[in-house]
Design a protein around this ligand. Sequence first.
Ligand code: HEM
Length: 196
Amino acid sequence: MANSDTESPEAGNESFVYRVFSELIGSPLNLVLLGICAILLYKILSGRRKVQAPPREPEIPKMKKRDFTLEQLREYDGKGKDGRLLIAVNSKVFDVTRGKRFYGPGAPYGVFAGRDASRGLATFSLSEDSIKDEYDDLSDLNTMQMDSVKEWEMQFTGKKYDYVGKLLKPGEQPQDYSDTEDEQSEEKRREDKKAD
Ligand code: HEM
């Protein structure tokens, strides 16, 4: 007679795999989440294939440093003339044009284009409800969710996207960046490039 002491290791593995599998397909919610993940993965992978195909689109010039109201940010949803894509994370605005396959029109995270993505990233949600039309101070998010927003912000900063400026709170005045060292050297670089 077989009992748990005499079960072979293969049988143990088999029942573990079986348990994980039935857990995954056992609830409708899990099935829906699995479906969403599969769609996202498919969109990301098919987008990657498209981007690798030549000819490459010309890069648009680096954006001058400036701050944005929520309304101004909306103009940069990738559907404008130059296709520039901006998103805000934790009150910082990043130029994510390079990540068009993620945030461009029809891309898996296109819902964040020209918007404040903080709440969506914090709650791992791509639903429209997690992106407010008014300024979102995120004050109801818990510590874990805020930590997650900061982690995303760090990923964006350290990874590949240019920091453009701040997302302004209602009534907050934009900063003048023209006299900052960063902007002056950037201006010089732009002029040198023009002269070449
Ligand atoms: C559960 C299903 C999901 C799967 C399988 C998935 C898969 C992926 C993969 C493979 C990448 C990396 C692509 C690359 O670097 O080449 C990625 C990046 C990313 N994912 Fe997801 N994801 C899922 C859900 C989500 C959700 C719900 C959100 C947002 C709330 C999200 C936000 C992002 C963002 C912002 C990036 C970074 C894109 C960048 O580098 O700019 N993902 N995802």
